[in-house]
Design a protein around this ligand. Structure first.
Ligand SMILES: [Zn+2]
Length: 1002
């Protein structure tokens, strides 16, 4: 046990006496004589300025006890002092404290030195005063406001910048002091022995003897003079080695810095600088100390804004002490981004590390992700990553995850090694209590990993932690602690012949299930960005005019999309400011992608022969399935990844939808509704079958009370399931025309305006929906009871699908009461099924025969305005014969999400035919997700796709542009082996279920 300051709580009179000695006598004596520097300050209430601009302004007088800082403002303190002659030969420290959770960065001579925080209140400025020293430093202090607790029912403040607000922070301490390393060492020894005793109170008499001895020899009036005797009294018990075969902990320093969360990204930039500066400062003093940094974006920020600090980091990367890990651009959420987004997280991360440091990561490092999909092992393996490190599943509410070191087997059978550090934290404090969790973890094996250091601005590992680790290196009563590179742990496990347990399939987190739904606009913008970037790349790659590949534009747009997939941004668990920025950045992504696609499509259209057409246009289909659609009423068939010229002066198609007062039919489906806007019956005319359960209407809106016990934006608690009302009337029902009926309803302070659409020839029933949403702590779902009997529902995930139970036989199944899916979920019995599709949603639940889609939430923390306002989305019901794959669910979900683009063009001759596919396939079970030029600037074409139906198949793939050679490549586009081209320029791919394939064509 330890108190809030990391002190062990003693349980015997001897230990209590020694603890009092530590706290009341030894620790206060670590710092000797002090002096007050001259303090001046410059207040910048708005956004931060670079150092040269900040220090160029006028500084005014300031004193300890004065107030500074409106929320999010910055105050630069200049501290000047002449070091007294009497301090010559001594170590000189700065002791600095301000209102929590203010943070600071110490600058000297225009370069960042080291960070300050409420957990790191002192730093050494002069290792050994030479005589005549002068201190002249700046502290860039950030007025980062405190936030409320994560309890339920708290409406958080907006936490937006308030440059005009009064100063809310106080400078509590600012002094220079002589630091006494020998007294500090005694304090560290005493802490270590007290911790050993606290682990088994009173049971080791040698420890009690040592504590009695130290209390006897340390002179409270001359701690420095008696420090050596004190250390001698403790040396015996601190020299006792650990027993042979003791569990070995690989301790790596870390600072889990959320890329945005309760602060905006601009503050993350500074949090990174402070924490990384601390890490490299410690490295100079402790050569065995290693630190891992898990987001390329964070280091890239430091490179851009703090070049001198980046140079210090690069030196330590070279020595192996500062280790980039994770290989991703940011620690992304892994539920919501598309498969291709996860690939780009890795590609952009690994490329950056390769480019800057000449190395890439062999592990994925996601200690804080909210669950991990079954496709991740294969994605990792395709990028050469063999290890997965997390710990988040220790947050499971019901079922303890059974393993710490194990094989994780993905949906295609790929296995990677995985490790969940048994300390169950990513903010380890190097306390013995945390360390002792490692040997206690039942399958921890003979060794485990332990990331330690304060995250999110706390400043990373402290000197206290590193000193504690040194003392625990080989110490009776503690696990062996080795500060060593991560790779040493991996290599040792790999060399151990003992078999590892296997976990198959997704790593579902039994917590934070609200993150599939919160911040709906951000999720929708991410989905659109993913689709638009895919289209921009496709058309830019195949355009016939030889225009250069828009490398810089795509790079910037992708990185903006990727950074906003961070595990508190896309999931919806950040403050309002973060979503304002995300909205602007998503708009830029879409504008860039839209512009690139338009330019490239125009170039294609100009080359299409349209001579025979009266009013020509070219219709583009960036999706992997051929499409039949209407453009200005004219029917057009557009091949997959291709285009078709259409004559808009051609005959208008005569699709028919028959309308009644409360029904419509298009020859495939007959849909009936009631006066409450619910669908009472869907008759599948093609297969002579009722889709809905008689007497149980679908399109029923369920409005739940939604007050989770904690973590408002993150969590939906199971109790919400039973606590809802179905929205009733009155509903204004208006038939708008063939195939369209509108339902308008109000409830609470909100309204839903919805158009039920049955297109001519369509087998899809669309619900085009606008919600004006002003609820608080409500969760809106839409439900469809369907006449299908099955124990399993199928859900689309990245690069494939998974099935999950529709019942609650086991505690694991019961805990999955809200799950993540991408564009569709499906229930099928033998020969027939129903899918519920969406164009921007991710939360589903299927219980028994009821399919439900999660539409909107309204948490008030950490963003009190979360999801307030207008939303537009479409979901669709797709009844089908066969299973989801033979039944066309993928095609329908794609059509709902990917729009055809129409480019008007003149009548002209051209080298391109009237219709063409740039990527043709002979099997719908292989889905191409990316067509692009190679990243190396060679002009090679890269095509990525995956087996999507979950079966073995052999597919033939042919590109439109002529190609001479082809290779299977990894995700970084490096050749694995050449693939023969047949006489027609096509490759033939034998595929296993869910196999991910990247091809490169020259
Ligand atoms: Zn985090």
């Amino acid at each position: 046990m330890s108190d809030a300051h990391g002190h062990v709580v003693p349980t015997s009179s001897t230990a209590r006496r020694a603890a009092a000695l530590l706290v009341d006598v030894v620790e206060p004596a670590v710092f000797g004589p002090v002096l007050a520097p001259e303090i001046t300050a410059r207040h910048l209430p708005g956004e931060p300025l670079p150092v040269d601009e900040a220090v160029a302004g006028a500084f005014g007088p300031f004193a300890v006890g004065d107030r500074w800082g409106p929320p999010w403002g910055t105050t630069w303190f200049r501290l000047r002092a002449a070091v007294p002659a009497g301090w010559t030969g001594r170590q000189v420290a700065l002791r600095f404290a301000a209102t929590e959770p203010a943070e600071g960065l110490v600058w000297r001579d225009g370069t960042p030195l080291v960070g300050l925080s409420w957990l790191r209140p002192d730093v050494v400025l002069i290792a050994r005063a030479a005589g005549g020293d002068v201190v002249d430093v700046y502290v860039e202090a950030a007025a980062n406001p405190a936030v409320p607790a994560h309890d339920a029912g708290i409406d958080w403040p907006l936490l937006l910048p308030e440059p005009g607000a009064g100063p809310g922070f106080v400078l509590l301490r600012c002094e220079l002091a002589v630091r006494r390393p020998d007294v500090y060492a005694l304090a560290a020894d005493l802490r270590a022995v007290l911790a050993l005793d606290a682990a088994a109170p009173g049971r080791d008499p040698d420890l009690l003897d040592a504590l009695d001895a130290v209390a006897a020899v340390v002179d409270p009036d001359d701690v420095q003079g008696s420090a050596e005797d004190g250390r001698s009294a403790l040396a015996g018990v601190l020299r006792r080695p650990a027993a042979t075969g003791t569990h070995r902990v690989t301790a790596v320093g870390h600072a889990h810095i959320d890329t945005a969360w309760l602060w905006p990204m601009r503050e993350t930039v500074r949090k990174c600088a402070r924490s990384f500066a601390n890490a490299v400062t410690l490295m100079a003093e402790y050569p065995e100390f290693a630190f891992v940094c898990s987001a390329a974006r964070h280091l890239a920020w430091v490179e851009e804004r703090y070049p001198a600090l980046f140079a210090r980091i690069a030196e330590r990367v070279a020595t192996g002490q500062f280790q980039p890990v994770g290989g991703m651009w940011v620690e992304a959420d892994c539920n919501l981004p598309s498969g291709e987004s996860l690939v780009r997280q890795i590609v952009h991360g690994q490329r950056w590390y390769m480019d800057r440091f000449g190395r890439e990561c062999t592990e994925m490092w996601l200690p804080d992700g909210f669950g991990f999909p079954a496709s991740l092992p294969q994605i990792m393996a395709e990028a050469g990553m063999g290890w997965f490190v997390s710990q988040k599943l220790c947050w499971n509410e019901v079922n303890a995850f059974p393993h710490h070191t194990f094989w994780w087997e993905g949906l295609d059978g790929t296995r990677v090694r995985a490790h969940f550090p048994p300390a169950d934290t990513y903010n380890g404090d190097m306390s013995l209590a945390e360390l002792l969790r490692a040997p206690a973890a039942h399958d921890g094996g003979p060794r485990s990993l332990y990331p330690f250091g304060y995250g999110d601005g706390g400043g990373g590992p402290t000197r206290d932690m590193v000193e504690a680790a040194r003392r625990a290196a080989d110490l009776a009563g503690a696990p062996q602690v080795a500060m060593e590179p991560l790779a040493a742990f991996f290599a040792a496990v790999e060399a151990d012949p003992s078999p590892l347990p296997v976990w198959r399939g997704e790593l579902y987190l039994e917590k934070h299930r609200g993150t599939f739904t919160s911040q709906a606009a951000t999720k929708a913008a991410n989905r659109r960005g993913e689709e638009l970037l895919a289209a921009a790349e496709l058309w830019s790659a195949v355009r016939p005019d030889g225009a250069p590949w828009p490398e810089a534009d795509l790079d910037r747009a992708w990185k903006l999309l990727l950074v906003n997939q961070f595990h508190d941004v896309l999931p919806g668990s950040s403050i309002h400011w973060v979503y304002e920025q995300a909205g602007a950045e998503h708009a830029e992504v879409q504008a860039t992608a839209g512009r690139l696609a338009s330019e490239a499509m125009a170039a294609v259209a100009a080359a299409v022969d349209t001579t025979g057409l009266a009013r020509p246009a070219v219709v583009f289909n960036p999706s992997p399935y051929a499409r039949h659609d209407l453009v200005d009423g004219v029917a057009v068939d557009v091949p997959a990844f291709g285009y078709a010229a259409v004559d808009l002066a051609g005959p208008v198609a005569t699709g028919e939808v028959e309308m009644g007062d409360d029904w419509m039919a298009n020859g495939h489906l007959r849909v009936a509704w009631d006066d409450r806007g619910r669908v009472t019956a869907v008759r599948d005319l093609d297969h002579d079958r009722e889709v809905m359960v008689p007497g149980r209407p679908g399109n029923a809106f369920h409005l739940h009370h939604d007050r989770p016990a904690e973590y408002d934006a993150w969590d939906v608690d199971r109790s919400y399931l039973e606590d809802y009302e179905e929205l009733g009337g009155p509903v204004e029902v208006a038939v708008e025309g063939p195939g369209r009926v509108r339902f308008r309803r109000s409830f609470g302070t909100s309204s839903i305006n919805q158009c039920l659409v049955l297109g001519p020839g369509s087998r899809r029933v669309d619900f085009v929906t606008e919600v004006d949403w002003h609820e608080r702590h409500r969760f809106l779902k839409v439900a469809f009871p369907v006449a299908v009997r099955t124990d399993r529902a199928t859900y689309e995930i990245q690069f494939g699908h998974v099935t999950r139970a529709t019942h609650e036989n086991t505690p694991f199944e019961k805990a999955r009461f809200e799950v993540c899916a991408h564009r569709w979920a499906d229930v099928s019995e033998t020969g027939y099924g129903v899918a519920l599709l969406n164009d921007c949603k991710y939360g589903y639940d299927v219980r028994g025969d009821v399919l439900r889609l999660s539409l909107l939430r309204s948490p008030t923390a950490p963003d009190p305005l979360c999801d307030q306002g207008r939303h537009r989305f479409t979901y669709a019901l797709l009844p089908h014969a066969g299973d989801p794959f033979t039944g066309g669910v993928l095609e329908a979900a794609t059509a709902l999400n990917v729009e055809l683009a129409v480019v008007a063009t003149g009548r002209h001759a051209g080298p391109l035919p009237a219709s063409q596919s740039f990527v043709s396939l002979d099997d719908p079970g292989f889905v191409v997700v990316a067509v692009k030029r190679a990243d190396d600037g060679s002009g090679d074409l890269v095509v990525r796709g995956h087996e999507a139906w979950g079966g073995r198949r052999q597919v033939r793939l042919r590109l439109g542009p002529p190609v001479a050679r082809a290779w299977r490549v990894d995700l970084l586009e490096r050749p694995r082996h050449e693939v023969p081209l047949d006489g027609d320029g096509a490759v033939v791919l034998p595929l296993r279920p869910f196999e991910l394939v990247t091809l490169r064509f020259h």
